[in-house]
Design a protein. Sequence first.
Length: 241
Amino acid sequence: MTSIGGRQASAAPITVLATPAIREAYAELAPLFETQIRNKVTTTWVGTADLAKRLNGGEVFDAVICASSLLEELTDSGKLMAGSRSDVARSMVGVAVKAGAPRPAFGSEAELKKTLLGAKTIGISTGPSGVYLNQLFQRMGVLDEIKPNFRIPAPGGMVAELLAKGEADIGFQQVAELVNKPGVAYIGALPGNLQGVTVFSGGVHSGSNEPEAARAFLRFLASPEHAAVLTKHGLEPVGRW
């Protein structure tokens, strides 16, 4: 057996239920864990609403990764083990358009408002970024006017796909879900006064068959030595173990 962070990780397989915002970085790190620690990791990707529904419906996975607010709710309800939280990455809301399309302005609230009102179609998700953006647009006083123009992918789907197909003029989602996507031009993150940061965290399921291996995997993802991988894929390290 191999030790990580003072804990022993067996070679047993680990099952993970996760939301897609960290998927690209995760896809690079999980195989490293499997090679170094020799635990096979099997991952199921679902949207935020489906993740909560599956866990509340009684499904069991060794580890769960989602927005920290939902993770805390699942911990409070007893679905996840208290004290098992590992913050994996911070994620900001980004803006993108179809590759080759004009790049709209959004550096201030006034510019963003003008851009939103001028867009025929707006890509927005049902995940944490979408929840935040609905609140932001409501605060800006434009939600009712622009909501009919929203184009929303299926839960867990990518706004980038709508942009690449020309089904949305402008799109908003977690930066990691917009960068390095074919057919899409990522413009940048919303400015600080308009930004909503989400922390994605992992926890160990209360019914896990491999709780120590699951803890080891979550700590592996959050390790400072993997900060460059997170950054490359549009995420920010958190540093909280």
